[in-house]
Design a protein around this ligand. Structure first.
Ligand SMILES: Cc1cc2nc3c(=O)[nH]c(=O)nc-3n(C[C@H](O)[C@H](O)[C@H](O)COP(=O)(O)OP(=O)(O)OC[C@H]3O[C@@H](n4cnc5c(N)ncnc54)[C@H](O)[C@@H]3O)c2cc1C
Length: 565
């Protein structure tokens, strides 16, 4: 039996997106030995590396553009968008700390676009009362991820890339490290840590139509719940309402707000104007959840119609002059079709951002002592809808805070005592799994999981559809015992798949529990908001290897998860 390689550090950061890299930088600044893991190279394969929406970065209230803007105004907009489910203390922490933090990011090498007056160029995003969104260059997300990864390396953080974490290991009730599969060397590896920051992003594997990268599969949600964390509001998946749905083209995010302002008309397949009965406030724009709801309603009313939406640009003649549209990856289609009778772009909603996730307080502490979470894997900051630009605000501030809190925790507590055999116990099944030469192909399992969620837990949900999804996922779970990647296909996801399946199960269970429609969440059988829907988060825990649903009061997370501190 080969001994397991054990890497030792003070703080293990799982994930090298904006949240993980900011946690790593904070950890190094506090003098800790930090290891950062990622499934691919640190500056690729993460949502951070593909941020594309006009390069929108952070919503930075109290910066330069409009003197009337304040942190309070930013907070109000953020909470209003969340439809009562955003945790006020968490949201306040993130928006009030972002402005001073931007200078630190610039010092790392992040280049925010400057306006003629020398200050940051800030522009309007739907739902924000003031222009707060920043652009950064030169290559949007790739530049951001690369700059942060290089800064973390310069600061002395060790990077373990091509590593899929498959288990969080605990001893005496607290986290002791993790075990994962080294994709390059094809062997298990263990990381012993004083504290762990989970920053594994959203779930790129749960839905077939998504802008999230596949390496950011969603295993983090499953890893956390298996370790004893609570997941909250997993039903709240934000849909980007208008992802390109043209044959042969990637699902680029189409700037619906800009196109609307330029006179485009959004039509159903049978030609009706989706927004005909909507009173529009040009100042505020239409937020993503609202747009998704209008599209959802149009689709609900016509269940047999083509589910795509047509952006009619027949009457738009100067789209090429708009800087955002001209720089977009679908500019060639606009050039070819705008001003032509009956021409336009086909789009449809795509899973974009996970609003729910691991329950944390403002420091990122979870229910499990020594385990912290930051970025998209953590839930509660934005409630039932997130405004554009706010995700990265949460990632950088939350990541920084979690990194510091993890170092402080590791210094205050003795390392969890763990016998060498414990690592072996976690590593053995991994080695056996990767040696399996036949069974239930992981590629097939992923297809079935995605099919189940798309059919039953998509943009518009019903009790019947959710029951169907649950039954399909149960069959996948039963077959998980035989999981294999004999042809080498999707080997990246082999060991993480059961955790991704947990995330999918949590989405379905939570959706069943929320009997209302709110923000990004639409139930056709419960089309309205219910007053009591904003009182509590839908909470999921793993009890005796089964997910159980509970409630956690909104506003109670800040004090309720302090076990980790
Ligand atoms: C197409 C697109 C455009 C967007 N545009 C914007 C925008 O303009 N502005 C904005 O604010 N937000 C935007 N968002 C949202 C925002 O990009 C994400 O919410 C944010 O980048 C998430 O950062 P993160 O650090 O939490 O996770 P990610 O950046 O996704 O990083 C996750 C990391 O975890 C690692 N990982 C995952 N699982 C494991 C595992 N099992 N073991 C080891 N490592 C693991 C991955 O390899 C990766 O390094 C966009 C999202 C998408 C999909």
């Amino acid at each position: 039996m080969t001994p397991v390689e054990v890497v030792t550090c003070d703080v293990l950061v799982i994930g090298a997106g904006a949240a993980g890299l900011c946690a790593a930088l904070a950890g190094r600044e506090a003098g800790a030995r930090v290891v950062v893991t990622s499934v691919t190279a640190p500056h690729t394969g993460s949502a951070t590396a593909i941020t594309q929406v006009a390069g929108a970065f952070v919503a930075a209230a109290a910066a330069t553009t409009d003197p009337k803007d304040t942190v309070e105004a930013h907070l109000e907009d953020t909470l209003e968008a969340g439809r009562g489910l955003a945790e006020p203390a968490l949201a306040r922490h993130r928006v009030s700390r972002i402005v001073p933090f931007l200078g630190q990011l610039e010092a790392c090498g992040v280049r925010f676009t400057r306006a003629d007056h020398g200050g940051w160029l800030q522009f309007h995003s739907p739902g924000h009362r003031y222009p707060r969104t920043l652009a950064f260059g030169p290559a949007k997300g790739v530049s951001l991820a690369r700059v942060l990864a290089e800064a973390a390396t310069r600061a002395g953080a060790a990077s373990l890339s091509s590593l899929v974490v498959t288990d969080l290991v605990k001893a005496e009730g607290r986290v002791a490290g993790a075990v994962g599969w080294d994709l390059g060397r094809q062997r298990a590896i263990a990381i012993s840590a004083g504290a762990v920051v989970l920053a594994s992003g959203g779930a790129g594997l749960c839905y077939p139509r998504t802008g999230l990268p596949r390496p950011t599969a969603g295993a983090g949600f499953g890893l956390a719940v298996a370790a004893g964390c609570t997941l909250i509001d997993m039903e709240l998946v934000q849909w980007y309402p208008t992802a390109l749905a043209e044959p042969g083209e990637p699902a680029h995010l189409v700037h619906y707000d800009t196109l609307l302002r330029q006179g485009a008309v959004f039509r159903t397949a049978s030609g009706e104007d989706v927004l005909a009965s909507v009173t529009r406030d040009p100042e505020r724009g239409i937020t993503r959840d609202e747009m998704a709801r209008y599209i959802g309603r149009a689709r609900m009313a016509r269940p047999l119609a083509d589910s795509r939406i047509f952006i009619d640009v027949s009457d738009c003649t100067s789209l090429d002059e708009h800087p955002v549209l001209r720089a977009s990856p679908y500019a060639h289609l606009l050039r070819e079709r705008s001003g032509q009778p009956g021409r336009g772009l086909w789009v449809s909603p795509a899973a974009h951002y996970y609003l729910g996730g691991v329950a944390v307080d403002a420091s990122g502490a979870t229910d499990v002592p020594g385990l912290f979470a930051a970025g998209e894997v953590a839930g509660g900051c934005f409630g039932a809808n997130r405004l554009e630009g706010n995700a990265l605000t949460d990632c950088v501030v939350g990541g920084d805070e979690a990194g510091r809190a993890a170092v402080a925790w590791a210094r205050r507590h003795d390392r969890a005592p763990l016998h060498a055999d414990a690592w072996r116990d976690s590593a053995n099944p991994l080695e056996a799994l990767h040696a399996r030469r036949s069974g239930f192909r992981v590629a097939e399992a992923i297809e079935e999981l995605q099919g189940a969620l798309e059919a039953g837990a998509g943009l518009v949900r019903t009790a019947t559809g959710l029951a169907g999804a649950r039954a399909r996922l149960a069959r996948v779970r039963a077959d998980c015992e035989r999981l294999a990647a004999p042809d080498g296909q999707d080997v990246l996801h082999l060991a993480a798949f059961p955790h991704v399946l947990r995330a999918a199960e949590a989405i379905v269970l939570s959706s069943v529990a929320r009997e209302e429609s709110r923000g990004a969440f639409i139930r056709a059988d419960f089309p309205d908001e219910r007053a009591e829907g904003a009182d509590a988060h839908v909470a999921i825990r793993l009890v005796d290897d089964r997910l159980e649903v509970d409630r956690r009061p909104v506003g109670g997370l800040a004090s309720g998860v302090a076990a980790g501190t």
